[in-house]
Design a protein around this ligand. Structure first.
Ligand SMILES: Nc1nc2c(ncn2[C@@H]2O[C@H](COP(=O)(O)OP(=O)(O)OP(=O)(O)O)[C@@H](O)[C@H]2O)c(=O)[nH]1
Length: 376
């Protein structure tokens, strides 16, 4: 699914062969000297070397997956649910609540990557409720756990409202392979679904395939992509914003190259990208989205901190929750470095990225069919 945004093998002459992660192109053109922008320079299918172009086009054309979002969310979170819920099921098979059970619950939460902070908090709250509410059965404890987890996650539920500015400029950042470019394609579709016009800025100038992914997506979905053959990320995004202003576009989604927080020169470079955006639009960027791969577990906290220090993160996207048992990391973020969790991704399908809603997330984790997690 969504294979059209999958990485392709590098071509011999691809930009990524020339500029490895960690390298900045030698000369950064001044903004007024930027190369003319090749707007949606569209490579042919043969150029793009797609694995499965026809099925992919059919995939894009599909209005939505047959399953509902809540079904896909539940399926996507199945590995974390197995880790958490599976662990809990074995614990809650016992009839009586006791200290030993709470200790085992602690280990289960830690193994689902909830982190020490959130786990201690949850355990503390459960102990209080055990006494205060006179909980007796394991089922009652599980329901209380679902409620407390919901309470932790609810503050992260702040949907992204793009109505305040036009164009509303969203800068997307994250480490290599976290899902930035793919998420941009999904977000473009999401905003289009809201009746908004969208323009994409191919600011990942390190990875040629990222630019091609965006251009192909733009071509097939009638979205303008501002791209440049190589060159400077800041310059591409600067020109994209001006193009969006001229065309009265509602939302600009600006891709950036992946980078590790330890690559300090690249963190400086992304801070410069942000400053240049502010030159093109004094109120922008209006959202700085950090894309996190859920597989990294607790490492997500360090990434939020580092990117926040460099560019002031205003929102998070957590991708690939479907491929991991570490979905509890969302609770760790909520307790240790809370930022609005705008979207979560549970698959490669175009509709598999949706706004985060704490209640449905908790329900999916505990699977309400079991009776837990449904309490408000
Ligand atoms: N299973 C799953 N795969 C995803 C999800 N989001 C993205 N991917 C996949 O993750 C891989 C990397 O995604 P990209 O969008 O290329 O990542 P990127 O951050 O732009 O990568 P760089 O440009 O190298 O930094 C692709 O194969 C995507 O299809 C998700 O929610 N679930």
């Amino acid at each position: 699914m969504f294979g059209f945004l999958r990485k392709k093998p590098a071509k011999p002459d691809a930009v990524e062969d020339k500029a490895q992660p960690g390298e900045i192109p030698a000369a950064e053109p001044a903004l007024d000297q930027a190369e003319p922008i090749a707007e949606a320079v569209r490579p042919t299918e043969a150029d793009l070397d797609f694995e499965t172009p026809a099925p992919v086009a059919a995939e894009i054309a599909k209005p939505a997956a047959k399953r509902s979002w809540s079904e896909r969310l539940k399926a996507g979170l199945s590995r974390t649910r197995q880790q958490l819920g599976g662990g809990l099921a074995s614990l809650f098979g016992r009839r009586k609540i006791d200290e030993e059970l709470l200790e085992e619950l602690e280990a289960t939460l830690l193994m689902a990557d909830c982190g020490v902070e959130a786990t201690q908090h949850l355990l503390g709250e459960l102990r209080k409720r055990w006494k205060r509410d006179r909980l007796e059965t394991a089922d009652q404890l599980q329901k209380a756990l679902a409620d407390e987890l919901h309470a932790i996650l609810l503050p992260l539920e702040e949907p992204l409202d793009v109505s305040g500015h036009s164009p509303y400029i969203i800068m997307i950042a994250g480490v290599n392979g976290s899902g930035k470019t793919t998420s941009i394609g999904k977000l473009a579709k999401y905003f289009q679904g809201q009746g908004r016009s969208v323009l994409l800025a191919a600011g990942d100038t390190f990875r040629a395939a990222a630019r091609e992914q965006l251009m192909t997506w733009g071509e097939r979905n009638n979205v303008t992509v501002i791209a440049q053959d190589g060159g400077d990320s800041a310059a591409v995004i600067f020109d994209a914003i001006n193009a969006a202003k001229a065309r009265r576009i509602d939302v600009v989604l600006a891709d950036t190259a992946g980078r590790l927080p330890t690559q300090l020169h690249l963190m400086d470079e992304i801070a410069k990208v942000k400053r240049v955006i502010a030159k093109a639009s004094p109120t922008g960027p209006h959202e700085v989205l950090l894309v996190l791969d859920a597989n990294i577990g607790q490492n997500a906290l360090a990434q939020v901190k580092a990117f926040d220090n460099a560019i002031g993160v205003t929102g998070l996207v957590v991708t690939k929750l479907d491929g991991t048992a570490k979905g509890g990391v969302v609770a760790a973020i909520a307790r240790q470095y809370p930022r609005p969790l705008r979207f979560i991704g549970v698959g490669e399908g175009i509709d598999d990225l949706q706004p985060f809603k704490a209640r449905e997330f908790v329900d999916a984790l505990f699977d309400t069919n079991n009776g837990a997690g449904s309490a408000a």
